[in-house]
Design a protein. Structure first.
Length: 318
């Protein structure tokens, strides 16, 4: 994620919408398994249907590179500013959930998604800074005790994520896959415990087993969610894009992707109108700066949902 600021924010906004749509459409829970190389740069593996990626990207490695972005520890507020104001998180909101209900932390897959959202900041800040931010956000949301419980799961999850496995994965040698898969299952349960391991990884494991069985049966593998999803664009025939999606994913999935397109088009339309309104207000010489901002805030409140406000304000530099 290193575009110019304006393009990066707009593209990332759509990225989160489309990625979320694809995950729902394809059941690609392994979308959240992001693998980073030794240089600290992130690359999301084409997991989901491409089952070998679920066991291929086994470690981020607690290497010096993961902490190289910052030579000095930052406060949570500094990390928050670095990522959400200056960095690639601008215009986005954390995905997933803290998995707290009735003042109790319970295993659910959404906590892994929440962790992975923050881990995407690696390279801009260190893993130690990310951990400090997660701890601060968890404690602000649910208090000291539950925050500490969440961070205990974080520590275990990071241990799983950086674990150095004995069995080596070779994509070209299917005979290596099951040994790696079985070792990963065992390690996950040893470190996280059965309940959290199931919550975090059960869907990935089921997807892999289905993929492996399909290959062993001699049937062609399912479509790879890592491949670009056919997208609507100027000059493209919508009917042709829809037909390609139906052929690749089925009618129901293609219809859900079409709804994602509609949501994105509606978002772009409303955002463009908001930019026009903000330009008008900035040019209104009869208004003070305070009045301009008050009127623009009222416009945002009336044209955008509450969970969109932060994104709109970041994109318009309000």
């Amino acid at each position: 994620m290193s575009w110019s600021k304006t393009m990066m924010r707009t593209t990332q906004t759509r990225g989160w919408m489309v990625a979320g749509g694809i995950a729902v459409v394809l059941g690609a829970s392994a979308f959240w398994m992001t693998h980073r190389g030794a240089d600290g740069a992130g690359a999301t593996g084409s997991a989901g249907a491409s089952g070998w990626n679920m066991i291929g990207a086994t470690s981020d490695g607690a290497s010096p590179a993961s902490g190289a972005a910052q030579s000095k520890a930052m406060t949570p507020d500094q990390v928050r500013n670095k990522l959400f104001k200056e960095g690639s998180f601008a215009g986005t909101e954390p995905s997933g959930d803290w998995c707290v209900a009735s003042a109790k932390l319970s295993p659910c897959p959404e906590l892994r998604k929440r962790f992975e959202y923050y881990i995407l900041g690696l390279g801009e800040v260190s893993i130690e800074d990310i951990k400090a931010l997660v701890a601060d956000e968890a404690r602000k949301a649910h208090g000291e005790q539950l925050g500490n419980e969440i961070m205990a799961i974080w520590d275990k999850y990071w241990q799983v994520r950086t674990y150095q496995y004995r069995n080596k994965f070779d994509q070209s040698e299917r005979s290596t896959w099951l040994a790696v898969f079985d070792e990963q299952k065992q390690v996950r349960r040893q470190i996280l415990g059965a309940d959290w391991a199931k919550a975090f990884f059960d869907q990935d494991e089921q997807n892999f087993k289905q993929y492996y069985a399909q290959l062993e049966s001699g049937q062609p593998p399912p479509p790879d969610p890592g491949e670009p999803v056919p997208q609507m664009a100027p000059g493209k025939d919508p009917a042709a894009v829809q037909a390609e999606r139906v052929a690749r994913y089925g009618q129901a999935a293609a219809d859900r992707l079409a709804r994602v397109d509609e949501e994105w088009a509606d978002w772009e339309r409303r955002l463009a109108a908001a930019r026009t309104e903000w330009d008008r207000l900035k040019g209104a010489t009869n208004l003070s700066d305070t009045q301009r901002k008050q009127e623009m805030q009222a416009y945002v409140n009336s044209h955008f949902k509450p969970d969109e406000h932060l994104r709109v304000e970041a994109l318009l530099h309000l």
